[in-house]
Write a protein that binds this ligand. Structure first.
Ligand code: ZN
Length: 137
């Protein structure tokens, strides 16, 4: 029983942190982000804060076949943002499922190579693409 309560508290922690601190953070740091991104960033965070409330809209479900006056159930719409920890998790799971349908059903390894920032340039990427192409053909 205690475990369920702790889980509920944790699930709202990020939302509470955003709710309590985003406005202050944004007032001090908005200038650090490109102007063209600022409206999207603010909108995305505000959606994540309103996640799970009727602010984003909701559907009402009730059984019309039940006797008496059944209580309707309201299901709040999600924000559908990858930034939101719940919607982002769903997005990642869906993406992972779709990728699994595309890859060959054979044993394989997934490897990620990182490149030092100093090598992030067009010539390096062109050379890397050529080497990759040559190794495949
Ligand atoms: Zn969300």
């Amino acid at each position: 029983m205690r475990r369920i309560v702790m889980s509920k508290q944790k699930s709202g922690l990020i939302k509470r942190i955003l709710k309590d601190h985003f406005d202050g953070f944004w007032k001090l740091n908005a200038y650090r982000f490109p102007k063209s991104y600022q409206a999207d960033i603010k909108e995305t965070v505000e959606k994540a804060i309103r996640f799970g409330t009727t602010d984003l809209g909701c559907s009402r479900y009730e059984c019309l076949g039940c006797e008496g006056t059944p209580k309707p159930v309201f299901v709040c719409f999600t924000c559908k943002s990858r930034f939101c920890h719940k919607c982002g998790k769903k997005y990642t799971d869906d993406w992972s499922d779709s990728q699994q349908e595309k890859i060959f059903d054979v044993p394989h390894r997934h490897m990620v190579f990182t490149i030092p920032k100093e090598y992030h340039n067009r010539i390096f990427y062109q050379t890397l693409l050529q080497i990759n192409y040559q190794s495949l053909v």
